[in-house]
Design a binder for this molecule. Structure first.
Ligand code: PMP
Ligand code: GLN
Length: 422
């Protein structure tokens, strides 16, 4: 009986989830500040939430019913309007864009739709943890390559985390089907440069490999860095699927609406997965996201446009948290994009008794202690590494800074008090 109903082996890598564990930890210990899972603790722009409120009770009853399976027409048309000028080609809203249940489902449909048994997929570490599970459940074989920090002697930033080109090129072979890129990067905040993207693109072209580009943090980039879409590099459109998220774009992570865009022949595989598992996504939310894009497109060239104001708002939060972390014994990597900071905590190791936690990896033990003793919840980055490279994440904790200023100030107070007691 037991054996018959055990979890199929292809799902084994997903049994332990850092999100399930740390959200449970938050519920249990009620830390005073939650800088763990990435979501804002304050309101999205008013026009975004108002749009949804109006739609659900508005004149058109059909906006609460099923809509087109591959994406609500008003939303795909707006996505085409947003992205066409950014990628320098006219996107066909009905054949080159798929709306999904969050960026998660876009990743799922792309990986399940393209990766076959035995196909190899190159994954850059640290990586958003579900990539590994999705590749393996498709029967694929992930091949990992870590970004490693250059020693700078001074302040380290996310651009100091780099790939070894030789190691990267040695991973490509005739079995390689796909490379997954994430820029701006979670959890490092790295914004890949034109040169780095060119190296990746050249290898993908040389070995006829698909690039799955997870760009959910595309609007959260700090000056002078610029987000470059790898699909715009010469010869890359035809081999790239790009992923975005309304949750990140409009600070509504609970709306779980995302999308993928790319050439129609590649998108067809995603449509097949989507039409047989989700079929169609939530209509009122898609309509609200469409209206939100229209609102922002109308003020695109003004400083108020949320696509640009969000990063301006976040940069001071980033700088404040970097300062707080430094003053309290951490060594943070300053991110060029996204809303996470990776901070090395090893200078604090002698202040904390890690033996009372049972976890295998030190960062799990440290983050649990910090949550329980200081009341500050963070995420252990070894969750974003393959089994063989988990040690590379063990000296760090990930802090999310898209939080109210008062909660960042509370973080400062809690870390100071905790440090003083030690
Ligand atoms: N990719 C990355 C890199 C992420 O950080 C996240 C988390 N939001 C996702 C994909 C999934 O996004 P969504 O919430 O839209 O499913
Ligand atoms: N992307 C978010 C993060 O990295 C949320 C992840 C999740 O809830 N699974 O924190």
């Amino acid at each position: 009986m037991n054996d018959k109903f055990k979890l199929p082996a292809r799902y084994g890598s997903g049994e332990k989830s850092v999100w399930v564990e740390y959200i449970q930890l938050a519920a249990e210990y009620k830390p005073a500040v939650n800088l763990g899972q990435g979501f804002p603790d304050y309101h999205a722009p008013e026009h975004v939430t108002k749009a949804l409120a109006e739609i659900t009770v508005g004149e058109n009853p059909l906006l609460n019913q099923y809509t087109r399976g591959f994406g609500h027409p008003r939303l795909v048309q707006n996505l085409a309007k947003v992205y066409s000028p950014l990628i320098g080609r006219e996107l066909d809203p009905f054949n080159e864009i798929l709306v999904t249940s969050g960026a998660y489902e876009a990743l799922f449909s792309a990986i399940l739709g393209h990766v076959d048994k035995g196909d190899e997929v190159i994954v850059i570490e640290p990586f958003f943890d579900c990539y590994d599970f999705m590749i393996r459940s498709a029967g694929g074989v992930p091949k990992f390559i870590p970004l490693t920090p250059k020693s700078t002697g001074g302040q380290i930033t996310s651009s100091d985390w780099v790939l070894n080109e030789k190691d990267l090129s040695s991973l490509f072979n005739s079995r390689t089907k796909m490379l997954i890129l994430n820029t701006p990067h979670n959890p490092l905040g790295k914004v890949f440069t034109a040169q780095e993207l060119e190296t990746i693109a050249n290898l993908c072209k040389k070995h006829n490999v698909l690039c799955l580009s997870d760009e959910v943090y595309e609007w959260i980039v700090y000056k002078p860095h610029k987000h470059i879409r790898i699909a715009t590099l010469p010869g890359m459109w035809e081999r790239t699927i790009t992923i975005g998220s309304a949750g990140k774009t409009f600070s509504v992570t609970g709306w779980k609406t995302g999308w993928a865009y790319g050439p129609a022949d590649l998108m067809r595989n995603l449509q097949v997965v989507h039409q047989n598992c989700v079929y169609t996504c939530c209509t009122p939310i898609q309509e609200a996201v469409a209206r939100s894009f229209e609102f922002e497109l109308a003020r695109y060239n003004t400083p108020d446009c949320y696509f640009f104001s969000l990063a301006r708002e976040l940069v001071s939060k980033r700088d404040y948290l970097v300062k707080v972390l430094k003053e309290n014994g951490f060594n943070p990597t300053v991110p060029d994009g996204g809303y996470f900071i990776i901070a090395d905590w090893t200078n604090l190791e002698n202040k904390i008794d890690l033996k009372s936690e049972a976890d295998k990896y030190k960062d799990y033990r440290f983050t649990k202690k910090l949550a329980k003793e200081a009341g500050v919840l963070t995420i252990p980055p070894s969750a974003f590494y393959s089994e063989e490279h988990k040690h590379l994440g063990e000296n760090f904790a990930r802090f999310c800074f898209i939080k109210k200023d008062e909660n960042l100030a509370l973080t400062e107070k809690l870390l100071k008090e905790w440090n003083a007691k030690k």
